[in-house]
Design a protein around this ligand. Structure first.
Ligand SMILES: NC(=O)c1ccc[n+]([C@@H]2O[C@H](COP(=O)([O-])OP(=O)(O)OC[C@H]3O[C@@H](n4cnc5c(N)ncnc54)[C@H](O)[C@@H]3O)[C@@H](O)[C@H]2O)c1
Length: 235
């Protein structure tokens, strides 16, 4: 049986780098993104492109059905930033778009894939969270809220899924040089702020997919070793 992966947000950045790594291992890759450039990444790696908006649960259903019975790996990675700092002046369309992809699309992805993973007896899932999932991020509170939600979901679900041989883990990168942050590249450079490259985050995601562990939160930062985050016990 050929391993098959669904990778969301794969038109560029971290998702495309994960797809390249998995394809190089011989995994069949079903790539999902709303950007038409997705087709080029899919053609490059011999994968399949599913282009559309992940805030619609039907797109995750479509991707899972294209992946078929051999689906065993899932990387829920699509996401976007917000630029709203103050709820009083929130742009409602942007708010719905950010929560829709960062938070709801993770649930839609699980909803579509879990029945297949259960039928085949297991699988491995990684969600791309962020350092913003683990600490206060005043520069983007709505983004931070959605990433905290994703970590909450991983913490709540990973134990019971592990009993079904389904691993669910989160990878939490610091700043990464991708299309998401490209607008700030010069500012980061001028301020001496170190950023990760997309492929090192992809390597951490693939390693986590293969780790056999569940419920982990892997922190990935520039110039530091990758490290599992373990929340302090409640007082
Ligand atoms: N770049 C960073 O500094 C950084 C840091 C921590 C976490 N992350 C997370 O990593 C993940 C990947 O981001 P990236 O940095 O590679 O950026 P990216 O912009 O290259 O990738 C995100 C992809 O998600 C897609 N996407 C967004 N909304 C979508 C929607 N509604 N439907 C379909 N596709 C949609 C975009 O088109 C894009 O291709 C995101 O979840 C992001 O929050 C990024």
């Amino acid at each position: 049986m050929r391993e098959t992966a669904v990778i969301t947000g794969a038109a560029g950045g971290i998702g495309a780098a994960v797809a390249r790594r998995l394809a190089a291992e011989g995994v069949r890759c079903v790539l999902v993104d709303r950007k038409p450039e997705l087709a080029e990444v899919a053609a490059e790696i011999g994968g399949e492109a599913v282009i559309g908006d992940l805030t619609d649960p039907a797109l995750s259903e479509r991707a899972a059905s294209i992946a078929g019975d051999e689906l065993s790996l899932l990387v829920l990675n699509a996401g976007m930033n917000s630029s709203d700092k103050d709820p009083a002046t929130l742009d409602l369309d942007r708010y719905r778009a950010v929560v829709g992809v960062n938070q709801h699309a993770v649930v839609w992805g699980l909803r579509a894939a879990l029945p297949v993973l259960r039928t085949r007896g297991g699988g491995s899932i990684v969600v791309t969270a962020s350092l913003a999932a683990l600490r206060a991020t005043p520069q983007d509170p709505i983004y931070a809220m959605t990433k905290h939600a994703v970590i909450g979901l991983v913490r709540a679900l990973s134990g019971s899924l592990a009993e079904e041989n389904i691993q669910l883990n989160a990878v939490c990168p610091g700043l990464v040089d991708t299309p998401l942050t490209a607008g700030n590249r010069e500012r980061f450079r001028a301020a001496g702020i170190a950023v990760l490259d997309a492929d090192s985050v992809a390597a951490a995601i693939v390693r986590t997919l293969r780790s056999g562990e569940s419920g982990t939160e892997l922190v990935v930062r520039p110039d530091l070793p990758d490290e599992l985050y373990r929340p302090a016990p409640l007082p």
